[in-house]
Design a protein around this ligand. Structure first.
Ligand SMILES: Nc1ncnc2c1ncn2[C@@H]1O[C@H](COP(=O)(O)OP(=O)(O)O)[C@@H](O)[C@H]1O
Ligand SMILES: [Mg+2]
Length: 177
């Protein structure tokens, strides 16, 4: 049986709004949390990861771990940043030893998460970043979030409480994330 889930959507007018959101989210995270990011190239996954890291108190630049596919950022709570973009065969994800990261003390942030869903834990926060089609402003983004499992449903609720005027409840099929 699938765990219960909760979906919300936020619309950010500019880069600054995404950054503020990431800082806040990073501050809310606990060791063991898993954040799965989806969205096209240039949507803002790495940008959001950077802000999450900063919100967790991690200083320094977060870049896409293109060659290693996994980058560790030490901190009070470490962050493990996984980017399987260059993984040609998703089956190779197994060789990355992903499950070790989910057992370690730290927060795991995964870009292109849909590529490796089968290797991810059941419970997580999935965030899909999109550029709305009908806008002339190239900084507008919608972030659709699905909290799966109790911890992440609570997290989604807390996020919504921080954005009461902006937060919209939505429902999507999982393959739309
Ligand atoms: N509201 C926004 N949120 C996130 N990124 C934005 C926003 N507006 C503009 N950008 C820009 O879009 C680009 C996103 O790139 P990046 O984070 O590398 O995307 P991805 O990792 O999804 O491929 C960056 O150049 C960033 O400055
Ligand atoms: Mg990226």
């Amino acid at each position: 049986m699938l765990p219960p889930a909760s979906d919300i959507q936020l619309r950010f007018p500019d880069l600054e709004a995404t950054t503020q959101f990431g800082l806040m989210l990073g501050d809310m995270l606990k060791s063991g949390d898993v954040i799965a990011l989806n969205g096209d190239l240039g949507a803002g996954k790495t940008t959001l990861t950077q802000a999450i890291a900063n919100g967790m108190g991690i200083i320094g630049d977060v870049t896409s771990p293109t060659f290693t596919l996994i980058q560790e950022y030490p901190g009070t709570i470490p962050m493990f940043h996984i980017d399987p973009y260059r993984l040609t065969d998703p089956a190779d994800a197994y060789d990355l030893g992903l499950e070790d990261y989910f057992d370690r003390d730290g927060v795991v942030v995964i870009e292109w998460a849909a590529k490796i869903y089968e290797y991810l834990p059941m419970d997580m926060l999935v965030i899909s970043i999109e550029l709305p089609e009908l806008t002339s402003n190239d900084e507008v983004r919608t972030l659709t979030m699905r909290g799966i499992g109790d911890r992440y449903i609570e997290l989604v609720k807390s996020i919504c409480m921080r954005y009461p005027e902006m937060c919209v409840m939505v429902t999507r099929a999982i393959d739309e994330f």
